[in-house]
Design a protein around this ligand. Structure first.
Ligand code: GLC
Length: 586
């Protein structure tokens, strides 16, 4: 692998200042709107990484290799006959109406000829995705959140780390890894900045929520502005960014076979910094990661503080990816030791206490309270009266899911889509739990998929609860936006989870719903209503991750071998300690 960065290159660590001019060489901070400091990178820094065309001297390898074969639990057969999927318990399931498959290759924007005729909107989607690409000094480094000139920009003109993930996967699946590599390098560089919010210094490993390329027509220069939460509405922390970055790094490595990127000292350091941040010891009594509200995809106050499932599932997946990516040197080994211990405790905790099915629900319903000592069955002192009415109707006889949050005396029983799908992909969910999640989605189709996939969470909070929990947020009214709105981007996660769990037909049903409207509606960010029938009140149009999410879902369904880049096989060493319907007591 040829790289313009010598192995001894260190990213400079520089302090921000309030003057609008280079300080300490090349980094400066700027009060962009007079209030929020943003940290800039001057041209010279990143150009070191990006300006020289660095030939990807990689033997291009499809994401499908022997390992991903077993990870997918899918029996592949030659194209056209690829209608035979194996479920996670290794039984097989034949399904009929899969449209066929095509071999991966570059999608250039015109329909591919051959045995597979893509849906007409696929071409439009690729064109829209390409229009969203952001260049830095002539090189693509990400995709903008939304290209909607009709509404106020806010921060939708930025490259969000989490939003770029489906774009990156689409490019990887289409054999275009360069943009992903540039993005990974640029963000690791941004990680090494010193970040401050109102005089408070953030942890070294914090990755930005988003960044923006600024063009200065007078000086003819380009500058990168990153936001670590200090400009975000509500000043929320992007806890998920670092996890997505690691997950994407593994996807890139798996898809291209190019391990020279992940082995770069800067990248290894980046992984270790993220690990140090989230593995540090403190007052915690649980192995889950304690977070503030709004620290993930749901980046507004929605009562997801504490131990939200989205973060716990991403944390678990990032730990597993990091342990694969870290080099087995002294520093790497030390980190891996910590990861292994945490994974062990985390999987036990999540599989036991976050899991809810009809048996668990009934056990909680009958809980005794005020138990003390190690013999306590109701360890978190959950008061049965706090069980919401809706959960008794929602819980099917067959099925289950990881609930939103577990904290003392209070469980958040809401269903969150992203966390449950990532739990399946990362194998945090046991094979039995994965099947149960699928059973739940299938039996609660109206509620969770409705007319537009996919509900971000279920159910919505209403009236008094909405006032207290969201702080009267007018954007998060019932069945809108984060509060029970439907987000097309989630379809790629559902599709990946369905394929892994041996239920591709379920994904196909959802994709068909999405493609009947997405292009016509202008690729909205989200839909509103109990069934997701209405374009969201304040939804942006041409939302990039709605476009990319659809493409990734299509490509995965058509060529399930792509799943390997975003899915992990079960770690046999993390033996499930409980079965699906075991009791809460241990
Ligand atoms: C909204 C979403 C967030 C997303 C951002 C950019 O703030 O809640 O998840 O990253 O928009 O699309």
């Amino acid at each position: 692998m040829v790289s313009s960065i010598s192995s001894s290159t260190k990213f400079p660590r520089m302090a921000p200042s309030t003057v609008d001019g280079p300080t300490n060489g090349s980094v400066k901070s700027k009060e962009e709107d007079g209030s929020a400091p943003l940290f800039e990178i001057d041209d010279s820094d990143l150009s070191k990484l990006l300006e020289k065309p660095r030939p990807l001297n990689i033997e291009r390898k499809r994401s499908f290799d022997e390992r991903s074969f077993s990870e997918m639990s899918i029996a592949m057969s030659p194209p056209r006959n690829n209608n035979f999927y194996r479920t996670s318990d290794n039984s097989s399931r034949v399904f009929d109406n899969l449209d066929g498959v095509y071999s991966p290759g570059r999608w250039t924007g015109t329909p591919r000829s051959g045995y597979f005729e893509p849906h007409p909107i696929v071409g439009e989607a690729w064109e829209a995705l390409r229009r969203s690409m952001v260049n830095y000094r002539g090189q693509p480094v990400g995709t903008i959140a939304a290209l909607d000139n009709s509404s106020e920009e806010l921060n939708y003109d930025q490259v969000f780390v989490r939003d770029f993930v489906p774009s990156a996967l689409a490019f990887l699946m289409n054999g275009e890894p360069e943009i992903v590599k540039n993005f990974l390098l640029k963000t690791v560089y941004l990680q090494s900045r010193e970040k401050k919010v109102d005089n408070f210094k953030l942890g070294e490993g914090v990755m930005p929520a988003s960044f923006k390329v600024l063009h200065n027509p007078v000086r003819n220069t380009e500058t990168i502005l990153a936001d670590y939460g200090e400009s975000a509405i509500g000043r929320v922390a992007p806890v998920d960014s670092g996890f997505w970055w690691i997950i994407l790094l593994r996807a890139y490595t798996k898809s291209t076979g190019d391990s020279s990127l992940s082995e770069m000292p800067e990248i290894q350091r980046g992984i270790r910094l993220i690990m140090t941040l989230c593995l540090s010891e403190g007052f915690d009594t649980f192995p889950t990661l304690l977070c503030a509200d709004g620290c993930c995809m749901i980046d507004r106050r929605m009562g997801v503080y504490g131990y939200p499932i989205e973060i716990q599932a991403l944390f678990f997946m990032a730990l597993r990816c990091a342990s694969q990516l870290l080099k087995r040197d002294a520093e790497g080994n030390e980190c891996i030791d910590q990861i292994v211990k945490r994974l062990h405790a985390l999987s036990f905790h999540m599989r036991s206490y976050f899991w809810l099915d009809i048996k668990q629900l009934n056990d909680i319903y009958r809980y005794k309270t005020e138990e003390y000592s190690h013999t306590a069955v109701n360890k978190f002192n959950v008061i049965p009266d706090s069980l919401p009415d809706w959960v008794f109707d929602f819980m099917p006889t067959r099925g289950g899911y990881f609930i939103g949050n577990v904290s003392p005396a209070k469980m958040d029983f809401r269903w969150f889509c992203l966390g449950n799908c990532v739990a399946i992909l990362s194998a945090l969910a046991t094979p039995e739990q994965s099947s149960a999640i699928m059973d739940l989605i299938e039996s609660r189709w109206q509620e969770l998929v409705g007319e537009m996939p996919l509900k971000i969470c279920y159910p919505a909070m209403e009236s008094h609860e909405w006032r207290i929990v969201t702080g009267c947020d007018p954007k998060n009214t019932s069945w809108s936006y984060h509060n029970g709105g439907s987000w097309p981007v989630l379809i790629w996660l559902l599709t990946a989870a369905c394929i892994k769990a041996g239920r591709p037909q379920t994904a196909k049903r959802a994709i068909e719903l999405a493609e009947s409207r997405l292009l016509m509606d202008g690729w909205p960010e989200y839909y509103d209503g109990k069934l997701g029938r209405f374009i969201g009140k304040q939804a942006r149009k041409n939302q990039t991750w709605s476009i990319a999410g659809y493409l990734v879902a299509k490509m995965m369904l058509e060529d399930p071998s792509h799943l390997g880049m975003i899915s992990l096989e079960e770690d046999k060493q993390m033996k499930p300690q409980m079965k699906r319907s075991a009791s809460w007591a241990f």
